[in-house]
Design a protein around this ligand. Sequence first.
Ligand code: SAH
Ligand code: SF4
Length: 445
Amino acid sequence: MTDRASQASASYYIRTFGCQMNMHDSEHLAGVLELSGYTGAADIVQADIVIYNTCMVRQSAEDKAWGQIEALSSLNGSALLAVCGCMAERYGVDIMSRCPGVDLVFGLHSIARLAEMLEKSSRARLCDLGNINRASIDELPSKRANPSAAWVPVSHGCDRFCSYCVVPLVRGRERSRPPGEVTEEVQRLASAGVFEITLLGQNVNSYGRGLDGTSFAGLLESVACVPGIRRVKFETSHPGDLSDSILVAMSGRAEVCEYLHLPVQSGSNDVLSAMGRGYDRDYYLQRVERARELVPGVVISTDIMVGFPGETDGDFQGTMDLVRAVGFDAAFMFMYSRREGTAAASIGNEVPQVVKAERLKALSRLQARFTRKSLVNLVGSTVELLVEGVARSGEYVVGRTRGHQVVLLPSFEAPLYSLVEAYVPGAGSHAARGRVKKVIREPPD
Ligand code: SAH
Ligand code: SF4
């Protein structure tokens, strides 16, 4: 590490792994750093400070982060190397024992003191985790790439304790933000020109538990009413807490997008019970039916896991049947990954890796048909898209429908971060294709 890293004019590079909550936390990291005078580096090789914001929901995410942290010295041996996020919360100082190149390990709840920690760690290695259930980072400055859209956390942590999941162990117990604080943040964002808000929480539907007279349905309405806000999305919904009043609030306000991310995890009652999900297959199907009844045109995506300990072929067929019965518009599919410290880690009866891989392949093949069908259904229609970023090829930009589906647009037609109306002439397996009819809203300056 060079002396440069301890200077406030130093450059930083943040590598983020995992979910939207992690990406939003990284926006706070960047905001705090820029307020202290640090500037973003063009790439990881040139940075004076490299921060890895890590994820450990599955072993694969963790392995990727370990690999990149260990490889940094060969890419950029002079940078100050810091690690935060879920792995920092879980492993703390052990990260330093395993990786001699790491100068700083810090918890998200210490980030208000980030500049001070960087300065100290440029002299001696430092581990500072703060208290996960206490300080809030929501009021800290943040730096967003997209000026038209913003994530707004409504709660932190999770009280569901699904038997496989490490989130409650690394993110702590569920804490809802006061509704006034959330709406004030949305008002501030709207005054800065933001017109799409995504409310974030591990389980947004249980928002307000522990706060008097408030619910997620009520919050949704207050956020949708903020002048200037045109699209409101939210995730993640837990089926067990998806009340009819939330669905009614979704359909009651035009600003709330008809998009529901509703993880099912499994279609087998035995597996759902061993996972501690708190609902069975019929209940899930009934929630989907109700959502389709109350929110016309709702787009439904899900998360599914295969190979939970003890999952039989029959259980897996139950999942396949459920996927056929629902016809999800999109799905994120994973192989079960054993997480130390969770209840499922001590069940034993692990499903062999080859079987997990076969099941994932079969499930992905089945779901691909439904994803494609959902995209093909857009063909011939006119959709409203927020232009989120540049597609991999560079010739196209990525637009998102109100239902969160991807429509690729020729880049010369659609200004980045604008809201456009587009006609959909065709669709592929992962995205539809669109032609811009008109720009509805330019991005803020
Ligand atoms: N709070 C959200 C997201 C949790 S993590 C929810 O309840 O849905 C995102 C997804 O990762 C989960 O929905 C689950 O499908 C998957 N996941 C979580 N723990 C896992 C594990 N141990 N192995 C494999 N997948 C896991
Ligand atoms: Fe994990 Fe379950 Fe909480 Fe989602 S609801 S974060 S899967 S414990």
